[in-house]
Design a protein around this ligand. Structure first.
Ligand SMILES: Cc1cc2nc3c(=O)[nH]c(=O)nc-3n(C[C@H](O)[C@H](O)[C@H](O)COP(=O)(O)OP(=O)(O)OC[C@H]3O[C@@H](n4cnc5c(N)ncnc54)[C@H](O)[C@@H]3O)c2cc1C
Length: 360
C-alpha cells in the first residue's frame, strides 16, 4: 500500500496533523493504543490531564469546544505550591481544565475519523523504516501481523519516548529524559486545589497532586530513574506528614517525559522524516505542559505540508520559530524556578500569590 504521509502516534499532535492535512493527501495514522474502540483502554496515556490556558487558546483557534464527557471533576481554581527545600508554601490562581486524558485523545481522534483521506489503524506498532529510492518503506505490527507499507513522508508524532526521533536525531541532541511516575490513590476527602511540590531530595523538576473524581493522582518527574521508586516513596511520606491522607493505591503508571534544555534539542525533520509534538522536543521545560505545544506544532506541520510536501521543511522551521523561542524563554524561567534561593526569594515576596481561607 502506498501513502503520501504516514503518521506514527495519534496523540494530540498526530491527530491534529491528520485532521488539518489537505484532502489531496492519502494519509495513514497509526497508534499502538486501542484509541478507536469503545472498550476499556488497554494502555492509557500517563498524564496529569490538565488543559492549560495555552491549550485552551489553541482549541479556541481551531474553533473547537470540549465535549462534557471529556471533562472530569473537580474543576479547581488554584494551585498550592509547597516548597520543601525552603519550608514555604503559597497559593496561586490558575485556570486549568481538568480532563480525562484518554477521553480527550479519543475525542481529538474522532474529529479525524470523518475524513475520507485518512486511514486509522489502532493497536498498531511502528517497528522500523528504511529509504528505498524515492519512497520510505515502513514496517508496522498491526494487530499481531507484521506489514510493510510505503510512503513519501514519514512523521514521528510518537511522544516523549519517540522511536522515530531516535532513528533520525543524533544522541547528543537528546533532551534530558525524566521518568514520570504517577500513582492513583483513593481519596477520603476532596482536595480544594491542585498541588505542586518542589523538593531537591526527590527531583530537580517537580511533583504534583491532581484530583480526578474519587482519586488523587500523585506524580513526580524524576531524572535519575535508578532510585525513582524510593524517591517517590519519600515524597509520599513527606506529603502524609503534611496532612495529606491517601487511601489505597489503585493504579501505578509511568512514562518518559522530555525536558528540552536548549534549542538544539528541538528537532524538526531530516529529509522525508519529520517530527512533531513532544517527539520534536516541544514541551515546556518549566512546567512539563505539552498539550498546547503538541496541538500547535501538529497544526503548523500540517500547514507546511499543505503548501508543499517536497519543500515543507523550511516553512515548518520558520513557522515554529515562535514556539521554539517560547521554549527558550521557559528555560530562563526554569533557571529561576528551580533554584532554591531564587524560588525562595520569589515566593517570599508573594508576587502573584493569593490569600486563602485557612479554616478549610
Ligand atoms: C506524567 C505526565 C503528566 C503530564 N501532564 C500534563 C498535563 O497535565 N498537561 C499537559 O499539557 N501536558 C502534560 N504532560 C505532557 C503531555 O502529556 C505531552 O507533552 C503530550 O501528550 C504530547 O503530545 P504528543 O501528541 O506529542 O505525544 P503523545 O500524547 O505522547 O502521543 C504519542 C502517541 O504515539 C503513540 N506511540 C508511541 N510509540 C508508538 C509506536 N512505536 N507505534 C505506534 N504508536 C506509538 C502513543 O501510543 C501515543 O498515543 C504530561 C506528561 C507526563 C508524562
Amino acid at each position: 500500500m502506498i501513502y503520501d504521509i504516514v503518521i506514527i502516534g495519534a496523540g494530540p499532535s498526530g491527530s491534529t496533523l491528520a485532521r488539518i492535512l489537505d484532502k489531496k493527501y492519502k494519509v495513514l495514522l497509526i497508534d499502538k493504543r486501542n484509541l478507536k474502540d469503545k472498550e476499556e483502554f488497554k494502555s492509557p496515556k500517563c498524564c496529569g490531564g490538565l488543559l492549560a490556558p495555552d491549550a485552551q487558546k489553541v482549541l479556541a483557534q481551531f474553533r473547537l469546544g470540549l465535549p462534557k464527557e471529556v471533562i472530569v471533576g473537580p474543576q479547581m481554581f488554584s494551585v498550592r505550591a509547597i516548597d520543601f527545600d525552603n519550608e514555604i508554601q503559597k497559593y496561586y490562581q490558575r485556570h486549568y481544565i481538568n480532563v480525562d486524558r484518554e477521553k480527550f485523545d479519543r475525542w481529538l481522534l474522532s474529529l479525524t475519523l470523518i475524513r475520507d483521506n485518512v486511514e486509522i489503524k489502532t493497536s498498531c506498532i511502528f517497528k522500523d523504516y528504511k529509504e528505498i529510492e524515492d519512497k520510505i518503506e515502513v514496517e508496522i505490527y498491526n494487530n499481531g501481523v507484521t506489514e510493510k507499507i510505503y510512503t513519501r513522508l514519514l512523521i514521528g508524532a510518537d511522544g516523549g519516548a519517540s522511536k522515530v526521533r531516535r532513528m533520525i536525531v543524533e544522541d547528543y541532541k537528546e533532551p534530558d529524559l525524566y521518568i514520570s511516575i504517577q500513582k492513583w490513590y483513593e481519596l477520603s476527602r476532596e482536595l480544594p486545589h491542585f498541588v505542586s511540590i518542589f523538593d531537591d531530595e526527590v527531583t530537580d523538576f517537580y511533583s504534583w497532586i491532581i484530583q480526578k473524581e474519587n482519586y488523587a493522582i500523585v506524580g513526580s518527574a524524576i531524572f535519575d530513574s535508578h532510585d525513582g521508586n524510593e524517591k517517590f516513596e519519600k515524597l509520599i511520606d513527606k506529603l502524609r506528614l503534611r496532612g495529606y491522607k491517601f487511601g489505597k493505591c489503585v493504579k501505578s503508571e509511568g512514562a518518559w517525559i522530555m525536558r528540552p534544555r536548549n534549542l538544539k534539542q528541538i528537532n524538526l525533520f531530516k529529509e522525508n522524516v519529520a517530527l512533531t509534538g513532544e517527539a520534536a522536543g516541544f514541551i515546556s521545560p518549566s512546567s512539563a505542559e505539552g498539550i498546547s505545544y503538541a496541538l500547535r506544532s501538529g497544526a503548523i506541520l500540517a500547514e507546511s505540508i499543505n503548501r508543499s510536501i517536497e519543500k515543507y521543511g523550511l516553512y515548518y522551521k520558520n513557522k515554529t520559530f515562535k514556539l521554539r523561542m517560547n521554549i527558550f524563554l521557559k528555560n530562563l524561567k526554569s533557571i529561576l524556578m528551580y533554584n532554591k534561593f531564587t524560588r525562595n526569594l520569589i515566593m517570599k515576596t508573594g508576587v502573584l500569590s493569593m490569600e486563602v481561607d485557612k479554616k478549610n
